[in-house]
Design a protein. Structure first.
Length: 320
């Protein structure tokens, strides 16, 4: 994901949510709608989310130091995890509490036209925010489905904003139904039910985002396509190599670590091995630009069918 694309989507979402939050709270104060209060909290949580994502992106750009020799790229995952668990959960739990409270202590709505107007306007603004996130995501999504994109994306910002906007639009529909049915039937129970639905939605989104960002925090390797490109880059030269084993790890959304133990022909000299290693690193970086940290361990490859290997050689069976 391009940093500019992610930042653009986050800023658009923050501007929309901040304006929406203010209007929702005004509508709640005038009408007393529990759904409007829940939606106001939802928008405040969303605004806080975007600020945290921006902060995480900025802190992740710090240069590597002695304490963190691989840099701070994973801070973007940490802040995305905070967004998904704390803010969404707090907003969801508060909305559930408010909905149950209004079920047990219902009261009539006043000036119901105002929350209805605010909800219609908010749907338009959230649609703009979602359109921006979809447009920026399409630049990096490729042929993946939207579910695959959310699950496999190494940069957390766009999937988080996408899910936030989808949840916001769905919550607005719940609120619109709750307030609308309350106006039509005169029963404030519908407003309370809409509030509870918003709370359940926020908790569900928190669970989904928490699962996905947890996987990134624990450490994910390269996808199948990138692994194939790296293997081809290693073997495409004329060095006569064999891959003994290889591991990859994302140090951050845009930085991949590659560690490989390679079997070289037994008659190669040290200078030849060093030159081949440098060439291999260049081919890997050309094939997968995110592979910025590469460690290659050379070893001796001996064909067991043609000669007796020395005692310190690694024999790779099944790769001849």
């Amino acid at each position: 994901m391009s940093a500019s694309g992610g930042t653009k989507a986050i800023v658009a979402a923050f501007a929309a949510n901040l304006g929406i939050a203010i209007t929702k709270f005004i509508a709640w104060a005038v009408s007393g709608s529990a759904s409007m209060l829940a939606e106001g909290i939802h928008s405040v949580a969303d605004s806080g989310n975007q600020l945290l994502l921006l902060l995480g992106g900025r802190r992740a750009k710090r240069a590597a130091d002695k304490e963190h020799p691989f840099g701070y790229g994973r801070e973007r995952y940490v802040y995305a995890f905070v967004v998904s668990i704390i803010l969404f959960s707090v907003g969801g739990v508060f909305s559930l509490y408010e909905g149950v409270e209004k079920l047990t202590h219902p009261h009539e709505l006043t000036n119901a036209w105002l929350p209805l107007l605010v909800l219609v306007i908010a749907i338009g603004l959230e649609s703009f925010s979602l359109r921006t996130a979809v447009k920026e995501s399409n630049h990096v999504r490729g042929n993946q489905s939207w579910v695959q994109f959310v699950r496999r994306a190494k940069a957390p910002e766009l999937p988080v904003v996408l899910l936030e906007d989808i949840a916001a639009l769905t919550g607005l529909v719940f609120a619109l139904l709750g307030v609308g049915l309350t106006v039509l039937t005169g029963d404030p129970m519908w407003d309370a039910i809409g509030t509870i639905a918003i709370g359940l939605l926020l908790v569900a989104v928190a669970v989904v985002l928490g699962i996905e960002t947890k996987s990134l925090l624990v450490g994910e390797g390269a996808g199948d396509d990138d692994l194939e490109k790296i293997e081809q880059a290693i073997l495409s030269g004329d060095e006569g190599l064999r891959i003994i084993h290889m591991k990859t790890l994302y140090l951050g959304p845009d930085e991949l670590l590659v560690g490989a133990k390679l079997g070289f022909p037994e008659d190669q000299k040290l200078l030849e091995v060093a030159a081949a290693t440098n060439a291999i690193e260049q081919r890997i970086r050309a094939a997968v630009p995110a592979a910025r940290v590469i460690y290659i361990e050379p070893d001796v490859y001996v064909d067991p069918t043609t000669t007796t290997p020395p005692t310190d050689a690694i024999v790779i069976k099944g790769l001849e």
